[in-house]
Design a protein around this ligand. Structure first.
Ligand code: MF3
Ligand code: CO
Length: 259
C-alpha cells in the first residue's frame, strides 16, 4: 500500500523539504571553476545540520550492503547520478554539475536535485542549455498530472513525450519514488512508459512522491562505475537531472522542495 500522510506528517515534510531545497540552492550558487565536489558536499552537510536535520544519503544502504559514503550526490557532465564527492574531483569552467540532496528532519525526508552550469551562462554551449532546460520542463510537464485521480503513468508519459520530442533520451534504470519516513517508499515513479504495461496506480490526496527525470543528450543507456555508485552515460554524452518532492493534492500538487 502507498503511504498517505497525515496533516502532522505533511507539516514536518514541508520543513524537511525546505531544508533540502535550501542546501541545494546555496550549493548551486557557490560553484566556481577550481572547486572540488567535496567542498560542495561539506557545504551541504553544514547547511543541513545547522538547521537541525541530517543528510538523508549519508550511510544509505540500497539493500545490498553498500553504504553511501558522502552527504550529497554530485555528478559532473557524463555522470548521471550518484557521483561521490571527492577532494580530487575539481569542477571546471563549462561543466554541468548535478547536485542531489536529501534532508531528514524529525524522522521525515525531503529529496531534490538540480543541474547547475559552472561558468558564465552567457557563453553556455546551446546544447547544454537545451539539455538543462529540457529536464526541468519535462518535470513540469509531468507534474501537470500530479494530482488526485490521475495515474502514475500519466506523469511518466508526459515527461517521456516532452523529453523525446526535444531530441533527448530518458534514463530507464533509475526512477522516482514515494518519500516519507523512508527516503524510498512505494510507489516507483518511472519517467517513461512501458508499452502494454498500463498506467499504474491512481494517485490520491496526501501521497508524497519524488519525481526525478534524468535526461541524456545521447543514448538512454547508463553504466555503474568501478566505485560501485557513480552512474555514467554509456556513450559519454552529457546528462541532466531535476527532482522535487511533490505532495499530491486535489486538483494539483505542492512542491515541498521549492524555495
Ligand atoms: N535522489 C536520489 C534517489 O532518490 C538519491 C539517492 S542517493 C543515495 O535515489 F546515496 F542515497 F543512494
Ligand atoms: Co530521489
Amino acid at each position: 500500500m502507498i503511504n498517505i500522510k497525515s496533516a502532522r506528517e505533511i507539516e514536518i515534510m514541508r520543513r524537511a523539504g525546505e531544508i533540502a531545497a535550501g542546501a541545494l540552492k546555496t550549493a548551486g550558487e557557490i560553484i566556481v571553476p577550481g572547486m572540488s565536489t567535496k567542498k560542495l558536499d561539506a557545504h551541504i552537510r553544514k547547511y543541513i545540520e545547522s538547521r537541525g536535520a541530517f543528510p538523508s544519503f549519508f550511510g544509505y544502504d540500497p539493500g545490498d550492503g553498500r553504504k553511501y559514503p558522502a552527504n550529497a550526490c554530485i555528478s559532473v557532465n557524463d555522470e548521471v547520478i550518484h557521483g561521490i564527492p571527492s577532494e580530487e574531483k575539481i569542477i571546471k569552467d563549462g561543466d554541468i554539475v548535478k547536485i542531489d540532496v536529501g534532508a531528514r528532519f524529525n524522522g521525515y525526508h525531503g529529496d531534490c536535485a538540480n543541474t547547475f552550469y559552472c561558468g558564465n551562462k552567457a557563453n553556455m554551449d546551446p546544447k547544454k542549455k537545451k539539455l538543462i532546460e529540457t529536464v526541468e520542463r519535462g518535470f513540469y510537464e509531468g507534474i501537470k498530472f500530479a494530482s488526485a485521480g490521475y495515474r502514475i503513468g500519466d506523469i511518466s508519459a508526459a515527461i517521456q513525450n516532452y523529453v523525446e520530442s526535444s531530441g533527448f533520451s530518458i534514463v530507464r534504470e533509475y526512477v522516482g519514488h514515494g518519500v516519507g519516513k523512508d527516503l524510498h517508499e512505494k510507489p516507483e515513479i518511472p519517467h517513461f512508459v512501458e508499452p502494454g504495461k498500463g498506467k499504474g496506480q491512481r494517485l490520491s490526496e496526501n501521497m508524497v512522491i519524488a519525481v526525478e527525470p534524468m535526461v541524456n543528450a545521447g543514448s538512454c543507456e547508463v553504466k555503474i562505475q568501478g566505485d560501485k555508485w557513480t552512474v555514467k552515460t554509456s556513450d559519454g554524452s552529457l546528462s541532466a537531472h531535476y527532482e522535487h518532492t511533490v505532495l499530491i493534492k486535489k486538483g494539483g500538487c505542492e512542491l515541498l522542495t521549492l524555495i
